[in-house]
Every structure is written in C-alpha cells, then in structure tokens.
Design a protein around this ligand. Structure first.
Ligand SMILES: Cc1cc2nc3c(=O)[nH]c(=O)nc-3n(C[C@H](O)[C@H](O)[C@H](O)COP(=O)(O)OP(=O)(O)OC[C@H]3O[C@@H](n4cnc5c(N)ncnc54)[C@H](O)[C@@H]3O)c2cc1C
Length: 574
C-alpha cells in the first residue's frame, strides 16, 4: 500500500483546488493536489462556458460593495454576509491576477468586456470568447500549477476519508482508481475542494464527479454543513431538439449577449405573471424563472417536451454571428437554425448554494480542515447570482490554500496509522465482497445511482412538499442499508464498480442531508420551493446546519451572519 506525505493536501483539482494549491505553495507550504479524475479536467470548472462576476468596473463604474448588495439581495436574507463580502471584495484581485497569467478575458479597446446577467445591476461579468470561459480558466490555472514549485499532482486518486486525530485533521485515505488499492496520505492540513452535488439529480449539468464527496468527507470528519436544502436549478437547460457535444446550459451566454424571448407553449411571454420581468432581455433571477416554467407546464402551457420555448428568431443573423461566430455552425450541425426556429428549455440541477460550514479563513470546526469553492456553503444564501460560482472557486480556493499553508508552517505531522485503520478495514471488507465468476449484464451500482437520481428529482427536487420529501428520505435511508449488501463485479484494473460503490456511499449520505434540511424548512425561499408552504416565513430567517452525531444526521439552527459595516461606510472608507 502506498503512503504519501505533504504539508497541505488539496482534495479536488477544479478552479478552487488549483487556486488553493497555488496559494498554499506561495505561502511556503508543499502542496499535494489530488483528483479522482485527471488534474483540472474533472469537475464543473472546465465545463463552464459563460461568465465570472467581479466589480472590475471596466464597462461601467462599479464597486465591490455594489456586487455585495446584489449578492445579498439574491440570497433572500440567508447569505453569510461576511463570506459574501469576502467573495465580492477579493473577486477583482483574482480576475486581475488571472489576466496577468494570460487567461484571455474578452476585451474591447484594451478594457475587459463585461456583460449584464440577471440580478446584477451593472454589466459585471467577464468571460472568454466563444463559450470558452471554463476551458480557458482551467488551462490557465493548470499551467500555473505545473510551472510553480512546491506542488505535486496526483490524478486518479479518489479520497474516501479525512483522518482526524484528537480533533485535528492529520491526512486522508484514498482509493487508487486504477488498482483499487488504498493510499494513505499524511498532511498537516487538508483542503476540501471537491465541488458540488448536482449529479444526485436526474436532469443535471454535472460531470460524473459531482456527487457531493466533499460534503460527505466533511461530515464524517466531524465538520458541519450549512444550507443543504438550497439546490439551484438552472432554468433554461437545453431540452429539445437533440443537442450533441454542447453544454446543456449554453443558452445562458446567448441571453447575456442577445436577450432572447422566453415563451410558453402558447408562444406568450409569461415571467411577468410570477412577479418578475424579462421581456426579451435577461433579467429575471434563476429561482423565479425555474418556478415560472414549471408552473406554466402545470397550467397546461408547456412546450411540446414539457418546458418552455426560447426564441432568438427576432435577432438578425449578423448579430448572432458577431456574438457567437463558430458556435452558430456547431448548432447548425445539430440541425438547429436559430433564425428559423426556437429551442425548448427546462430547469436542470446546476449548482449547490449549501456546503461545508467555514469561517472567514475557510476553516471548518476541525483544526487543519479547510474548504474552498462550490464545496463551501453560505456565501450565496438561498439563491446564487450567475457568475458568482467561478468567482467563489477562485476567491475561496485561494483563501483556503493560503490559510491552510500558513497553518501548516512550523507544524509537525501528526499522522497516526491507528486513526486510519477503521477506514482501511472498511475498504478491505467492501473489496472482499466483489463477486467472482459471474457474468454481469448490468451494474448494480449503476442501477442504484439511477434510482437515487430519480428519487432526488421527483421527491427532493424543484417543487417540494412534506409528503414527497418524507417519501424520498425513507427511500434514501433504505438504499443506504441496501448498499451495504450490494454485490459487484471483481475486475482489475479499473474496477469502476468499486469506485461507484464508494461514490454511492458518499452520495446517499449527502442526499439524506439535503432531504432532512428540506423537510425542516417549512417555507418557500429562493431555490427551496415548498408547495405546502408557499410563502417566505420571516421567522425562518436562519441557516440550517447539519452534522453527524452518533452515525445519524442532526440538524441545527444558526443565526445569519450579517456584514458588520454599513455598505455606505465601506464605500466611503475606500
Ligand atoms: C456546465 C456548467 C457550467 C457552468 N457555468 C458557470 C459559469 O459560466 N459561471 C459561473 O460562475 N459558474 C458556472 N458554473 C458553476 C461553476 O463552474 C462551479 O461552481 C465551479 O467551477 C466549481 O469549482 P470547484 O473547483 O469548486 O469544483 P469543480 O470544478 O467541480 O472541481 C471539483 C473537483 O473535485 C474532484 N473530486 C470530487 N470528489 C473527489 C474525491 N473524492 N477525491 C478526489 N477528487 C475529487 C472532481 O473530480 C473535480 O475535478 C457552471 C457549472 C456547470 C456544471
């Protein structure tokens, strides 16, 4: 069995993890950057095609406190405002740093181009043309990681548990994806940057690696989660006609640049019926638009495949081509001619506002355990503004790496093989259940994941009721028990069924935490919509925490952290 040692172990090599490794290394620590996929190619970051929000003020005068005010408004009273303030304040610094690293932000006349996005009051979102933001960001950070000293990269290593001794994180245990063997890692600090959980839902924009591992790792290490009930559904995920080789949420950049009319099955605009306005522009927030599309469908006014129409037919071809160049031809190859026909769109699970509970240094309540990126909860409250997630990956990733690096300085390793023994025993027991000599026509773990995704979509999804949530929770709990008896094929190398088993174990725990939090929040707020409690309840203006206590999930309430200064004072002071 392999054993590795480092100062700072960073789990997950998306935008947050790569920034964390860079920051740990430039603060004097050795960093080990691991990912269950290939470094920088596994999670959401490389898939993002749109924009990054930061008050750089290149398009119109802007200030981070205005970005903060918009973020807090979108969060429906639940933002951890200290985290939100950090997010907005440090965003521009990260954007400029990446500009110096030649990420290639779109520019006009020497200034970065910034576009409007729903909920932002000024054009604030930078991007890389054409639909290339995520790949460009991933490449830029990958290059920095490769060129910097003090960072070791290990792909194909899935972290299964953080090892805690005497209340302190001392390392982790991983599964070598190729060999199926355990790997132990001693570290003075651990950063969880393993991304979000949207793979838990049947319709999602996720990659295969976004099953919520980071949350499960945090829970089992003794840290708390926050706001788990708030899963963001992206309103205009592609629905029809068939679209191959393109991102299902690609219609967002079209709307940033060109507007586009959102119509119901009767070809009428409808957002105004739900308290927002859009009229060909792109201003209604995500939670409202998702809700409106579902409600129009329930009223019998859906598009043919059960969503809404999105039309760009009124936009001249010259403008379409100027905005999206080669993308228009890729659409034509898919048989989609935007000049001639609208497309159908519908909500899709896209982002998670909740996550690991951290303080301003990205520190959990476990000494030496940090978190960054989408894995962190709180900054976006009950609803996230578009563009804030990549910003969060940069800002919180950088901070998590920086503070973990500083923490690791002058500390000794405190690894203790005995603390890792129960995890290793469990891994061996699971591997021993591999079933030899049977011909497998389908994978039991694959079937179970598909069922979990259906349960989450149908019962813990966009429109919730107490009865649906309770039924979903009961099924998730039963599946957790079934998982312990599940057989799977013995295959080497690359026993993906073994990896799936560990993924499912984490996903079921995380799914349960979403369900229990959603049951307890008996109101509708932001992305959490209860049909049996349709109004927002001011008495429930608190964050919900989740922890593991004696093997069971326990909910708590935490007062919302408010930003300590008046915004105006902050503006004046700068
Ligand atoms: C299709 C799509 C488009 C998007 N577009 C935008 C946009 O335009 N603007 C915006 O602001 N936001 C966007 N988002 C959201 C945003 O991209 C993410 O919130 C952000 O990139 C998350 O970065 P991260 O580093 O925290 O996580 P990720 O980039 O998801 O990286 C997490 C990494 O952790 C690894 N990992 C997971 N579990 C383990 C484990 N157990 N062991 C080891 N490694 C593990 C994964 O393989 C992955 O590489 C988009 C998301 C998607 C899915």
């Amino acid at each position: 069995m392999s054993h590795l040692a480092t100062d700072v172990l960073v789990v997950g090599a998306g935008g947050a993890g790569m920034y964390a490794a860079i920051a740990a290394a430039r603060n004097g620590a050795e960093a080990l950057l691991v990912d269950k996929s290939m470094i920088s190619r596994g999670g959401a970051t490389i898939m993002a095609q749109m924009t990054v929000a930061a008050a750089v003020g290149h398009q119109e005068p802007d200030h981070w406190t205005h970005h903060l005010a918009d973020t807090i408004e979108a969060g429906r009273g639940l933002c951890h405002e200290e985290l939100s303030a950090i997010l907005c304040r440090e965003a521009a610094e990260r954007i400029h740093e990446m500009d110096r690293w030649k990420v290639g932000w779109a520019r006009k006349g020497g200034r970065m181009t910034q576009v409007m996005a729903p909920g932002h009051k000024v054009p604030r979102c930078v991007y890389v043309d054409f639909l290339n933001t995520g790949p460009a960001v991933a490449k830029c950070l990958r290059t920095q990681v490769a060129q910097g000293s003090g960072i070791t990269r290990v792909g194909g290593l899935s972290i299964i548990a953080v090892i805690v001794r005497d209340g302190q994180a001392v390392g982790a245990v991983g599964l070598d994806v190729e060999t199926g063997e355990p790997v132990t890692i001693e570290a003075k600090a651990v950063v969880l940057a393993a991304g979000g959980l949207t793979k838990l839902y049947r319709r999602n924009s996720a990659s295969i690696n976004m099953g919520g591992d980071g949350y499960a790792l945090a829970l089992e290490a003794g840290a708390e989660l926050i706001d788990m009930e708030f899963v963001q559904f992206f309103p205009i995920g592609h629905l029809a006609p068939r679209l191959v080789g393109m991102d299902p949420i690609m219609w967002d950049p079209f709307r940033y640049k060109l507007g586009g009319r959102l119509l119901n099955g009767d070809m009428q605009e409808f957002i105004h019926r739900y308290g927002a306005s859009d009229s060909g522009k792109y201003t209604a927030m995500r939670d409202v638009t998702s809700y409106a599309i579902i409600k129009e469908g329930e009223a019998g006014r859906a598009s043919p495949h059960g969503g809404a129409w999105l039309s760009f037919q009124h936009i001249p071809e010259r403008e379409l081509r100027a905005a999206f160049g080669p993308v228009i031809d890729r659409l034509l190859k898919n048989g989609i001619d935007l000049l001639k026909e609208p497309v159908e769109v519908a909500p899709i699970a896209h982002y998670h506002m909740g996550g690991v509970r951290v303080d301003a240094e990205m520190k959990t309540r476990i000494a030496g355990l940090y978190s960054g990126g989408e894995a962190v909860g709180g900054a976006n409250g009950a609803n996230r503004l578009s563009g804030n997630a990549i910003t969060e990956a940069f800002v919180f990733g950088e901070r998590a790496g920086r503070f973990a690096g500083l923490y690791a300085q002058n500390r000794r390793q405190a690894w203790d093989a005995r603390a890792a023994a129960p995890v290793l025993d469990r891994m061996r027991a699971v591997a021993a259940r591999e079933t030899q000599g049977r011909k497998w026509t389908d994978s039991p773990t694959g079937r179970m994941l598909a069922e979990l995704q259906t349960v989450m979509w149908d019962q813990v999804g966009l429109l919730r009721t107490g009865a649906k949530l309770e039924a979903g929770l009961a099924r998730i709990r039963a599946m957790r028990a079934e998982l312990d008896r599940l057989p799977f094929p013995a295959e080497t190398p690359f026993n993906l069924a073994l990896l799936d088993w560990h993924d499912l174990r984490a996903s079921l725990l995380v799914a349960e935490s979403v369900a229990v939090a959603a049951i307890a929040r008996t109101e509708s707020r932001g992305a959490h919509q209860r049909e049996d409690h349709e109004e927002m309840d001011p008495a429930q203006t608190y964050n919900q925490t989740v922890e593991l206590a004696g093997g069971a999930l326990r909910l708590g309430k935490a007062p919302v952290v408010r930003y300590p200064f008046q915004l105006e004072n902050a503006v004046a002071a700068e």
